[in-house]
Design a protein around this ligand. Structure first.
Ligand SMILES: [Zn+2]
Ligand SMILES: [Zn+2]
Length: 280
């Protein structure tokens, strides 16, 4: 990640209100003409970003405390800090929308420079991933989702609708892409039934007994990734199970899942300091 910080931009700490968590991130564009000079002159990118902040600070109607976006991304793949992490955006249209999602701006517009470079898409993705590490939920949306605007423009919006994949990687599948046979859906329903009891693991820590699941999620990056993956799978399976009703027995699937969970437990044991016992 090529991050340009506020201090590198010569900006003071952001005075924007705090916002520790959101449902996700919304992607924006400038909505005006953007010079194609940005493609060949990174200094012009920095100047553009500074001009956006200056225009926001001068906006008497909105009375912004800072540039409205959490981050911006330039054609050269730099992630430019705006309000940064842990701050409510002012870019999504109203207070409710601003509380719901952080905001990342791609430095493209409605004419001139309209098509984001792969490097820019990578930098927007860097911004999304960074915000996710600091309280953003999984949603990736365009400004136009839930608000009357053309933002973030056709090109960025098409990318957002694909799940904002990092260029050069495969597109993450969306719910709509998943098609299952009835037999597969029934297997998933069983998988769900097997996984559910593990969501309530208790563990005995040094001084207390607490929900292992909650404990693990806040502890260790690799465990956090693992448990989030399990949570995501459980949620997906739960949803599918609701659709197909109770499943038939497919012992093979159950065995495979139990084996996978056993391996996950071993990994958890190794990774987490202080876990002395796990009871199912
Ligand atoms: Zn916008
Ligand atoms: Zn640049």
């Amino acid at each position: 990640m090529k991050l340009v910080t506020r201090s590198q931009l010569g900006w003071p700490a952001s005075a924007a209100p705090a916002q520790a968590t959101t449902k996700g991130v919304k992607v924006h564009y400038e909505g005006t003409a953007v010079s194609t000079k940005l493609l060949t002159d990174h200094a012009a990118c920095i100047a553009e970003w500074k001009a956006i902040r200056a225009s926001h600070l001068a906006n008497k109607v909105e009375s912004y405390s800072d540039v409205a976006y959490n981050f911006a991304a330039c054609p050269h793949g730099y992630l430019l800090e705006g309000r940064g992490i842990g701050k409510r955006t002012g870019a999504n249209g109203n207070q409710t929308l601003n509380r719901a999602h952080y905001a990342v701006l791609g430095l493209v517009g409605s004419s001139g420079l309209v098509t984001p470079t792969d490097a820019m898409l990578g930098a927007i993705r860097d911004g999304i991933d960074l915000l996710r590490k600091h309280g953003a939920g999984p949603e990736i949306r365009g400004h136009r989702d839930g608000y009357a605007t053309t933002c973030p423009g056709a090109s960025l919006y098409a990318w957002v609708q694909k799940g904002a994949p990092r260029p050069g990687t495969t597109t993450p599948p969306t719910e709509d892409d998943v098609t299952l046979t009835v037999a597969q859906a029934k297997q998933l329903a069983e998988l769900h039934d097997v996984l559910v009891p593990y969501a309530g693991w208790q563990y005995r820590g040094k001084d207390e007994t607490t929900d292992a699941y909650a404990y693990l999620r806040g502890t260790n990056a690799s465990v956090k990734a693992l448990t989030m993956q399990i949570a995501a799978q459980t949620a997906a399976i739960s949803k599918l199970a609701q659709l197909v009703g109770s499943g038939v027995n497919t012992q093979q699937v159950v065995d495979a899942v139990e084996k996978a969970i056993a391996e996950a437990v071993v990994k958890v044991d190794v990774d987490v300091t202080g876990v002395q016992n796990q009871e199912s």
